[in-house]
Design a protein around this ligand. Structure first.
Ligand code: GLN
Length: 198
């Protein structure tokens, strides 16, 4: 059976857990490096990326996750989790954030790209290799650049801010700037679980 770890420091880890369990996947709550021992894949949930990042530094998870990623373990980051995977992070309003991240994906992410909480929205997004997904954007970031073998795999056409990237992949990693766990769309999870089986 596939065992997926979910970082449980802050944010909406419970929703990911519920969907993965419904798909017949065993889940493990990850608070520190020791919890990673038996997992085949890892989800980094949405929440507040500055808070999760700081807690990941303190718990030793930054280094431990980096090591597992280099070994090829599939990792999916959603919303704040996508920010934590990115090498370059800025904020639409405040600019440089200088926050700790895993810096594993060669992508540039802009936090709060669509505005504030009240600018949250749900949209259908076509993601390469996954299909059309119902996606909730909540104080969501956007992916504005990808280098090396990183690739933007999904875009939305937003009425106010225009066309921008909302998903990316690089080797074993997936970044989604939205919340699949809120709309309950299982397509991305099935795609992710299949990466483990490959
Ligand atoms: N705005 C949050 C951040 O920058 C992300 C929002 C979310 O995960 N829903 O960390």
């Amino acid at each position: 059976m596939v065992r997926v770890g979910i970082i449980e420091l802050q944010g909406d880890f419970l929703e990911h857990e519920q969907i993965l369990r419904e798909l017949g996947v065993e889940t493990v709550r990850i608070k520190g490096p020791n919890d990673l021992r038996s997992v085949d894949a890892l989800v980094i949930p949405g929440g507040e990326s500055t808070v999760i990042g700081r807690l990941m530094v303190r718990s030793g998870l930054i280094d431990a996750v980096r090591e597992l990623s280099r070994g090829g373990m599939p990792i999916m980051g959603t919303c704040a989790g996508a920010i934590l995977l990115a090498k370059k992070v800025t904020d639409r309003v405040v600019g440089e954030t200088n926050q700790p991240t895993l810096a594993l994906m060669d992508i540039t992410v802009v936090r709060n790209y669509f505005g504030r909480q009240r600018d949250s929205f749900i949209a259908r997004v076509r993601i390469e290799d996954v299909g059309e997904v119902e996606a909730a954007f909540i104080r969501a970031p956007a992916i504005v650049g990808a280098e090396g073998d990183a690739r933007i795999t999904g875009f939305i056409e937003h009425p106010r801010v225009g066309k921008v990237g909302v998903s990316a992949t690089q080797r074993n990693m997936i970044a989604l700037t939205f919340h699949p766990e809120i709309t309950g769309d299982t397509k991305v999870y099935k795609y992710f679980i299949n990466l483990v089986r490959k």
